[in-house]
Design a protein around this ligand. Structure first.
Ligand SMILES: CCCCCCCCCCCCC/C=C/[C@@H](O)[C@H](COP(=O)(O)O)NC(=O)CCCCCCCCCCCCCCC
Length: 218
C-alpha cells in the first residue's frame, strides 16, 4: 500500500516472512532449521495481527518453535543445523519415541512433524488464496484447506475450536491488507512466487520423514 498506511504497517510485510522459507533450503537441498523456524515465527506474527481469537493456535505453534529453538541453542545444537542432521542424530541416539509416548515426549522429530503437517495446510490455503475471486471467502478457503490436511490429525474438540476461529477471519481484501504486501495483484504475484518454495520445503521434509518411517510418531 502506498501513502500513510504503509508507514503504520512498516515493520510487517508478509513477503519477508515467506522469504525465510526461501532461505531455509541449503545448496544441497537440506532444510536449515534456523530459517525454517524463522519462517514459522513470521507466520505466527501474522496470525497475531489477525486477532486474539487465534491465540490458542499461535500459542501452540510458538511453543513448538521454542522447543526446537532450545535444541538449536542447546549443547547438541550443531546436530540440529538441518532437519536432516536432526533426524539422523535423534534416531542414532534413540531420542525419539517412535511408537508411543515415553521418555522423549518432546523430541525434535516429533515437534517438527506437527509444524510440517501444518505447512501442508499453509500450502493448500495459499494456493486457494492465490486463485480466489474477489468475492472469495477466506474462512471457507481456510476450512477446506484444514479439512484436507491437518484436521485428520486433530481430535474433535480441536477441530471444533479451529472451525469456530476460522469464521472470525476477515474477508479477502481485509486479509490482503493485513499481509501488507501491496495491491491485490501484487499479493497474488507474491503468492505465486512464494508457493513453489513452500511446496519444495514440504516435499523434502515429507520424503525424509517417510524414508525413516517417522510420519506417525505420537
Ligand atoms: C489464517 C488462519 C490461520 C488458521 C490456522 C490453521 C491451522 C489450524 C490449527 C489448529 C491448531 C489448534 C491448536 C492445537 C494444536 C495441537 O493439538 C496440535 C497437535 O500438537 P500436539 O501433538 O503437541 O498436541 N498442534 C498442531 O497441529 C500444530 C499446529 C500449528 C498451527 C500453526 C498455524 C500457523 C498459522 C499461520 C497463519 C498464516 C496464514 C498465512 C496466510 C497468508
Amino acid at each position: 500500500m502506498a501513502g500513510p498506511a504503509a508507514s503504520e504497517n512498516q515493520n510487517f510485510c508478509f513477503k519477508d516472512e515467506l522469504d525465510a522459507f526461501k532461505l531455509c533450503l541449503s545448496p544441497n537441498k537440506e532444510v536449515i532449521l534456523e530459517h525454517y523456524l524463522a519462517g514459522w515465527s513470521g507466520l505466527v506474527k501474522f496470525l497475531n495481527r489477525l486477532g486474539n481469537v487465534f491465540g490458542f493456535i499461535s500459542k501452540d505453534a510458538s511453543s513448538k518453535i521454542q522447543i526446537l529453538r532450545n535444541f538449536l541453542n542447546g549443547e547438541s545444537g550443531s546436530e540440529y543445523f538441518t532437519v536432516q542432521s536432526m533426524v539422523k542424530y535423534e534416531l542414532e541416539n534413540k531420542l525419539v519415541d517412535l511408537k508411543k509416548a515415553g521418555s522423549h515426549p518432546e523430541s525434535g522429530c516429533r515437534t517438527l512433524l506437527r509444524l510440517h503437517r501444518a505447512l501442508r495446510w499453509l500450502e493448500l490455503f495459499l494456493e486457494r488464496l492465490r486463485t480466489s475471486q474477489e468475492d472469495g471467502k477466506t474462512s471457507a478457503m481456510c476450512a477446506e484447506s484444514y479439512n484436507e490436511s491437518l484436521a485428520q490429525f486433530h481430535p474433535w474438540v480441536v477441530r471444533k475450536a479451529a472451525g469456530l476461529a476460522f469464521c472470525m477471519l476477515p474477508g479477502r481484501l481485509a486479509f490482503f491488507e493485513v499481509m501488507n504486501v501491496g495491491t491485490p495483484d501484487q499479493v497474488v504475484a507474491m503468492l505465486g512466487e512464494a508457493l513453489p518454495v513452500v511446496t519444495e520445503v514440504y516435499q523434502i521434509t515429507q520424503e525424509l520423514y517417510a524414508k525413516h518411517d517417522l510420519l506417525d510418531i505420537p
